[in-house]
Design a protein around this ligand. Structure first.
Ligand code: NAD
Length: 542
């Protein structure tokens, strides 16, 4: 019986390991990578206490080595999805009543399992499934995931501690109930940490979940389930189903017990899901919570007072790490004419020094893009750029899908600030640069604000503080995460809560208290300590 207020371990960010040439962590992760590469696995559906293998299956292949089969995964039909919903609802009975300390222990345990015994496995699986180099895998699958789990426990405690005042002779309490029903988590391919957190955050707050991972992340998703299981997460709290995304989503949204969606992915898909929720609204027992973090067309604007090599580094890291497949990746850049050549020379020199290939070779900064669809999208954008009289390719522009989906880091220069690659989210290693006249900084800020539907991340580089302030004001609504003299990527849980507005999402800031608040429904409990026994108020006595 819980009859104390225990102090939680303080949340600290997981230190990023270096994976230097002779380090033990490098050897361990490469050994694990090769072991996973050389075996063929099957990933079942995780529904309640069952691991279901279906006859319909999908294949898992490394994007940088698409001829190689890593294994297969089961694909759900409608009855499996209905079973997953029933299992989530059944598990909620006990899970929703479990004390916070018990729930927290499970997720804190999961964090320590990732930090220790599972670190190499979850990193190696992410290198294979999503083609991340070791640094990108480490900051995502290990560190960010651990941080989500540790900090969310701390944020949950803060939420539970927020209580109303009590007047004379009255005690007021707020209880933060889990939502009535189940939560649907839909995750993207690009972050193992996000995939884990989309289910874990609502579950920590007492909800149960049906989770649909991306088809292109199942290989590392399965490691997440393994870790949750070992951490002691009761069966049915998070149910993982793969398969046709529309069928799964339609089945979930048809349930009267659907209580919320925790989505990360592209804008179009999220808007379609929102529309379907609207169409089904009369079915639901409660108003569903709709939380979605979506696309971006993230900018860097440099002022003439900026330092050139800082801007160049911001572009190189911001646009090309993980092949530009971060929602926060810089993909449109505005440079002042007086500095453009100097900055771009350094960008080109940087790109020429980048090696591209398999993540198994630690010299490779650039690996492949995620799948054929992404490769084709980038290839056609590059071909269109080659034909457009307003645009030229400064460097890159080649691609090769023979072994893996490789696209060179590409810099496009445009004379038209509204050209296709300045506006459309391409989600790949392609950045477009528009050079403005130094005396047109204010107009260029307007361009930055009005060019795209998105408002996820953005950066201003300037040494002049009046200019920084001018940009902060002019771009107030252009980015949910705004960076000064830094690349627009790499948000750290507990330090830079992440999310954007406009077409970039509901801005519920993953990795913060704001997000967790969406997964609870507060109940106020008022109790007079001595209950009145006479209806008459004093004013009635003449
Ligand atoms: P995606 O939209 O293709 O897929 C996301 C999820 O939605 C996957 O699980 C997918 O299977 C599912 N899905 C696809 N079509 C669906 C449909 N018709 N109905 C229901 N579900 C469907 O995105 P992706 O390629 O996996 O990820 C890249 C996108 O995610 C980019 O747009 C990126 O900006 C965005 N993203 C945003 C953030 C953020 O925090 N804002 C973080 C990561 C990724």
């Amino acid at each position: 019986m819980q009859n104390s207020f225990p102090l939680l371990p303080e949340a600290v960010n997981e230190p990023v390991k270096g994976y230097t040439p002779d380090s033990p962590e490098k050897k361990e992760v490469l050994d694990t990578y090769r072991k996973l590469y050389n075996q063929t696995i099957h990933v079942p559906l995780y529904i309640g206490d069952e691991k279901i293998e279906t006859t319909a299956t999908g294949e898992m292949r490394p994007p940088h080595d698409h001829q190689h089969l890593l294994g297969t995964y089961s694909m759900a039909d409608q009855t499996h999805v209905e079973k997953a919903i029933a299992s989530a609802l059944a598990a909620r009975e006990q899970w929703g009543k479990l004390s916070f300390e018990e729930r927290a222990t499970i997720f804190l345990r999961a964090a320590e399992l990732i930090a220790g015994p599972y670190r190499a496995k979850i990193n190696a699986a992410t290198m294979l499934a999503q083609s991340k180099n070791i640094h990108q895998a480490e900051i995502d699958a290990a560190c960010e995931f651990i941080d989500f789990l540790r900090f969310n426990v701390q944020f949950a405690e803060e939420i539970y501690g927020e209580q109303p005042q009590s007047g004379d002779g009255v005690w007021n309490r707020l209880s933060y109930r889990p939502l009535e029903g189940f939560v649907y988590a839909v995750s993207p391919f690009n972050f193992t940490a996000i995939a884990g957190n989309l289910g874990a955050a609502p579950a920590l707050m007492g909800n149960t979940v049906v989770w649909k991972p991306s088809d292109h992340q199942v290989f590392s998703a399965q490691v997440i389930m393994e870790i949750f299981e070992e951490a002691g997460l009761p069966k049915g709290v998070i149910n993982m189903v793969m398969g046709d995304p529309e069928m799964i989503t339609d089945t979930v949204l048809a349930s009267p017990d659907f209580a919320g969606i925790h989505f990360t992915g592209s804008t179009f898909v999220f808007k379609e899901i929102w529309k379907k929720i609207g169409e089904n609204i009369h079915r639901y027992k409660t108003y569903p919570r709709i939380v979605g973090e979506t696309g971006g067309k993230d900018f860097i604007i440099a002022h003439p007072s900026a330092t050139s090599n800082e801007v160049a580094t911001g572009i190189l890291r911001g646009a090309f790490e993980f092949q530009g497949q971060k929602c926060s990746a810089a993909s449109r850049v505005y440079l002042p004419a007086s500095k453009a050549e100097e900055i771009l020379d350094q960008v080109v020199a940087g790109i020429k020094s980048m090696k591209m290939g398999s993540p198994e070779n630690f010299e490779n900064f650039i690996t492949s893009v995620i799948h054929q669809g992404a490769f084709d999208r980038l290839k056609s954008a590059i071909e269109q750029v080659k034909k457009d009289p307003d645009t030229t390719i400064l460097c890159g522009g080649n691609y090769d899908e023979t072994k893996g989906y490789f696209v060179e880091p590409t810099v496009v220069i445009t004379k038209n600030p509204h050209s296709d690659t300045m506006v459309r989210e391409l989600f790949g290693p392609l950045v477009t640069v528009y050079v403005y006249q130094d005396n047109a900084f204010a107009e260029t800020l307007k361009l930055v604000d009005q060019t795209s539907d998105y408002a996820l991340t953005g950066a201003v580089f300037a040494k002049d503080r009046y200019v920084v302030n001018q940009a902060l004001i002019a771009l107030e609504n252009s980015a949910g995460n705004f960076y000064i003299n830094d690349k627009p990527t790499g948000a750290v849980v507990g330090q830079q809560p992440f999310g954007g507005a406009r077409a970039s999402g509901t801005n519920d800031k993953a990795g913060s208290k704001l997000n967790l608040l969406r997964w609870v429904s507060a109940r106020l409990i008022k109790e007079p300590l001595v209950t009145p026994t006479d209806y008459r108020y004093p004013f009635l006595g003449e």
